[in-house]
Design a protein around this ligand. Structure first.
Ligand SMILES: Nc1ncnc2c1ncn2[C@@H]1O[C@H](COP(=O)(O)OP(=O)(O)O)[C@@H](O)[C@H]1O
Ligand SMILES: CC(=O)N[C@@H](CCC(=O)OP(=O)(O)O)C(=O)O
Length: 275
């Protein structure tokens, strides 16, 4: 069965999957799916992976918001992302009445990827950095996703990529979400994080910026208003908008109904990014 409507792509960070707002999000996903809106979920699990690395005596090495991934680290990413986080997220969706199907990149190469070449990254010094088993998305398995969406299932994608030779790659979940939104021609992309929006003052959750243009976003980064993980999130998202994604919303700490409200009235709940 083909999917006639453009889907919504929803990305949940690892903190969100483990946090107190997951139930409200799951309720909204069910409401969207029941109203006939196809929803594709993408999730991370960075904090959980860092915790497991430490438990195992590994030293996490994150440069410019990206984890340098050797073989032992990749094993931790598989255990965390395609293991506990994916299962817990699917279980919460089931409890809310949705029909999730947990997948990872090696599920028939639903997230196809290649190794990321050594790159100079902001925050990583002047030399190119080899991130090891970190990938870049080259495509999605549209037929598989259409099959699931057309039958009323909610695909839940752990942010691992794979190639036809059987290589598996760790990919930042914001990158997977943005690339999925581009590849699927999504009507909108929601990046759900642990703060309610892009904020003027990160210490003040009421200082929400409702609409952020590319120029304002660049200025906020240059001025130090936006720092840490929010920098690559904005950079990836503005690139997705340039590639045709109609709306990117950065939201968090959601109450039931917030997702639909933000979709209907962009900038009413979180931050909507505009060209
Ligand atoms: N101006 C800002 N507004 C909101 N969050 C910001 C801002 N500047 C930095 N941040 C940080 O960005 C974080 C969200 O990015 P990140 O940790 O990568 O999220 P996720 O794990 O959900 O992808 C917030 O927890 C916050 O600490
Ligand atoms: C290459 C790379 O950095 N991958 C990320 C994947 C997990 C992720 O993105 O999780 P959050 O959404 O919870 O941050 C990582 O290793 O942390």
């Amino acid at each position: 069965m083909a999917v006639s409507q453009a889907p919504i792509v929803l990305k949940l960070g690892g903190d969100v999957v483990a946090g107190p707002y997951l139930g409200a999000i799951a309720t909204d996903v069910v409401a969207l799916a029941r109203s006939g809106t196809p929803v594709v979920l993408v999730h991370g699990g960075g904090p959980q992976a860092t915790a497991l690395q430490k438990q195992l005596g590994q030293t996490p090495n994150i440069v410019g918001g990206r984890r340098i991934t050797d073989q032992a680290t990749l094993d931790v990413m598989k255990m965390t992302l395609a293991g506990k986080v994916n299962v817990d997220l699917c279980a919460a969706l089931v409890a809310a009445g949705a029909r999730p199907v947990g997948l990872h990149g090696a599920s028939s190469c639903v997230i196809r990827a290649v190794k990321r070449p050594p790159l100079v990254v902001s925050g990583g010094g002047p030399d190119p950095i080899d991130f090891g088993f970190v990938g870049d998305v080259t495509g999605l398995h549209h037929e598989l996703l259409s099959l699931l969406l057309g039958a009323g299932y909610v695909p839940v994608l752990a942010c691992l990529g794979a190639d036809e030779a059987g290589n598996v790659y760790n990919i930042n979940a914001d990158v997977v979400a943005n690339q999925s939104a581009i590849a699927l021609g999504a009507r909108s992309l929601f990046l759900v994080t642990d703060v309610p929006a892009v904020l003027r003052d990160v210490a003040d959750p009421t200082s929400r910026i409702p609409r952020l243009s590319l120029a304002d976003g660049k200025k906020a980064i240059a001025d130090g208003v936006v720092t840490k993980g929010m920098i690559p999130k904005l950079e990836e998202s503005f690139a997705a908008i340039a590639a045709g994604v109609r709306a990117v919303h950065i939201v968090g700490r959601l109450q039931p109904g917030d997702l639909a409200r933000e979709a209907a009235e962009p900038g009413s709940v979180g931050t909507v990014l505009v060209p």
